[in-house]
Design a protein around this ligand. Structure first.
Ligand code: NI
Ligand code: MN
Length: 227
């Protein structure tokens, strides 16, 4: 069974059978976070890019849980400098078979500087293919045409930013759905600050009207079970 829990912003907990993944764990300093950092467990932490609202609490979480952090090579090096012991570096276009499934880093059009200004390599999206489903977390990104190639992988659930300003806004995220053609889409990265505030339900209505994809709007803390 695969469940996806949205913690707000681009932060997701994905459980694949018994394995607990956390993507972009941003809790401390996140105005919409509702869960205490101490309450979280993880076997793997995945970081899409170097920005503070995505690296977030990775160092503290990795230290406490001993989770393996998956990110690009540059971010993994930086995390090791911060004391993180277990890292698995990958890079864009490269996948690896983990016990929970095949995880590939995909293109994202964005920046990736780390919080202290260090070079964070290229930003990424994440595709996770398990026996049950294929999940795509787009990371922070603008629209790009080769999202169509990601769609060719057969995406069951796409997690897409709709907040505008720093990432795709609602219009481009709708175009992204048309390129990726996932079975289900869930919007993210739109509620954290006034600057990226959007109406997810209005967006979902457009997805429903213009595509064959089923939109799901989650509240912060809510879990979606992939069927
Ligand atoms: Ni970013
Ligand atoms: Mn961001």
């Amino acid at each position: 069974m695969i469940t996806l829990t949205w913690y707000g912003h681009a932060t997701w907990g994905i459980e694949i059978d018994e394995t607990r993944l956390l993507i972009d764990p941003f809790f401390e300093g996140n105005p919409v976070a509702e869960v205490a950092l101490e309450a979280l467990e993880a076997d793997y932490i995945i970081v899409t890019h170097g920005h503070g609202d995505h690296v977030g609490d990775t160092v503290a979480l990795a230290e406490r849980t001993g989770a393996t952090v998956i990110a690009n090579f540059e971010i993994c090096n930086w995390l090791q400098d911060q004391g993180v012991e277990n890292v698995h570096p990958q890079h864009i276009g490269g996948g690896f078979h983990y016990p929970f499934g095949y995880l590939k880093l995909t293109i994202a059009m964005h920046g990736s500087a780390l919080p202290d200004g260090s070079y964070g390599g290229m930003p990424a999206g994440v595709m996770i293919r398990t026996d049950g489903a294929t999940i795509y977390h787009a990371g922070d990104t603008g629209l790009f045409a080769s999202m169509e190639l990601i769609g060719e992988e057969g995406i069951d659930v796409a997690l897409l930013p709709i907040g505008d300003n720093f990432t795709m806004g609602p219009d481009d995220a709708l175009r992204a759905v048309k390129l990726i053609r996932p079975r289900v889409v869930i919007p993210m990265h739109y509620e954290t600050w006034e600057l990226i505030a959007q109406d997810p339900h209005a967006w979902a209505k457009r997805v429903e009207e213009q595509t064959k994809t089923h939109p799901v709007v989650l509240s912060i803390g809510e879990t979606y079970t992939v069927e």
